[in-house]
Design a binder for this molecule. Structure first.
Ligand SMILES: Cc1cc2nc3c(=O)[nH]c(=O)nc-3n(C[C@H](O)[C@H](O)[C@H](O)COP(=O)(O)OP(=O)(O)OC[C@H]3O[C@@H](n4cnc5c(N)ncnc54)[C@H](O)[C@@H]3O)c2cc1C
Length: 315
């Protein structure tokens, strides 16, 4: 089994999606290589090695069209069985173009990948995560897979530095004439929502934008990050970077506190795999209680201040 994982460097580090995919791909055995786009900092390469990569094809930079062309050539000569991408914009762009160049299908939004003898299987969740579909690739390698964020836990294996080879990209003419001029990273304080061990999210039940400060206060006291539902983001109470769910972020913290959130399918899909879910809602029939480990039936305007007071008393 020869697996390649697509990685993009950010601030001198390997992407989290690549480290997650590498951790999973170690269980397949065989060769584990990385297509790494970026300057190739010592720290990024060490992280890739530490998560199981034994070889790295290093590409300084390139448009999605050129990256796909370079990858298609490399795949033709080196014959990987599986190429795994994350869910980032560049990942999706390159995976789609690579699929077209190689004439192989892409299975996107994978939550699991399994090797069964010679067959590669991909698991997807449908209908808001209520059903799982397993699909096998037919038609030869390489299989191209795009994974959902947090599909796998990133776990270091203690591997050493990988062997690095530079990959030159072919000229793709006008197809490569697209230049990314700038990228906007939303300013945020406190822990990163997708990496935080504790997430406190607020829904429409919080009432209004001013009252959302109590979600921040509870998150701060728990050393966590604040999140929100789409209803709250659409109302303009907090920026889109807070949104958890189908069209927002996927989180898997140790503790997820849902405050005034009904538990719509599109929200659940982004947080239902949290280890412990605590829901506060005044409606005992709210669907969020269906996924909660602990439920408080009550008004958030009473419950959250009481929690804040209790946490401050313990500090
Ligand atoms: C294509 C599509 C994509 C979507 N993507 C997302 C997504 O990524 N993320 C997402 O979150 N949603 C998403 N949605 C929207 C989703 O369907 C819901 O509309 C949304 O999640 C509801 O948000 P909410 O729970 O804050 O609001 P509501 O559904 O209005 O629920 C508010 C809850 O607060 C409770 N409540 C009210 N007052 C109080 C109080 N004082 N104390 C305690 N509880 C109280 C109520 O009982 C209720 O359960 C998407 C929808 C579509 C169609």
């Amino acid at each position: 089994m020869k697996t390649w994982v697509f990685s993009t460097e950010s601030d001198g580090h390997a992407g989290s999606a690549a480290l997650e995919a590498l951790s999973k791909a170690r269980s397949f055995g065989g060769d584990l290589g990385v297509i790494h786009v970026g300057p190739g900092s010592e720290a990024a390469l060490a992280e890739l090695g530490d998560h199981g990569a034994t070889s790295v094809l290093q590409i300084a930079e390139g448009s999605a069209a050129a990256l796909a062309a370079g990858l298609a050539e490399a795949a033709g000569s080196q014959q990987p069985d599986l190429i795994v991408f994350g869910a980032g914009n560049l990942d999706r762009d390159v995976a789609g173009r690579l699929s077209a160049r190689l004439g192989k299908p892409v299975l996107a939004n994978a939550v699991d990948i399994a090797v069964d003898g010679d067959a590669l299987q991909v698991v997807n969740e449908i209908l808001g995560g209520t059903q799982r579909v397993t699909t096998s690739f037919a038609g030869g390698s390489p299989a191209i897979v795009i994974t959902r964020p947090k599909a796998f836990a990133a776990e270091p294996s203690g591997g050493g530095a990988p062997a690095v080879t530079t990959l030159e990209l072919p000229d793709v003419g006008h197809a490569g004439d697209v230049e990314v001029l700038s990228q906007h990273v939303e300013e945020s304080s406190g822990p990163d929502l997708e990496a935080a061990a504790v997430v406190v999210s607020g829904g429409r039940g919080i009432g209004d934008a001013d009252k959302f400060s109590m979600v921040h206060e509870l998150a701060d006291l728990l050393g966590g990050a604040a999140g929100a539902t789409r209803a709250v983001v659409d109302a303009g109470w907090v920026p889109y970077s807070y949104q958890v769910g189908q069209t927002g972020k996927t989180v898997k913290p140790d503790v997820y506190v849902a405050c005034g959130i009904s538990g719509a399918m599109q929200h659940l899909v982004g947080m239902k795999d949290s280890t412990t879910i605590i829901a506060i809602n005044k409606d005992p029939e709210a669907p969020i209680f269906g996924v909660a480990d602990l439920g408080i039936v009550g008004d958030v305007h009473n419950v959250i201040p009481a929690l804040v007071e209790a946490l401050k008393a313990r500090a």
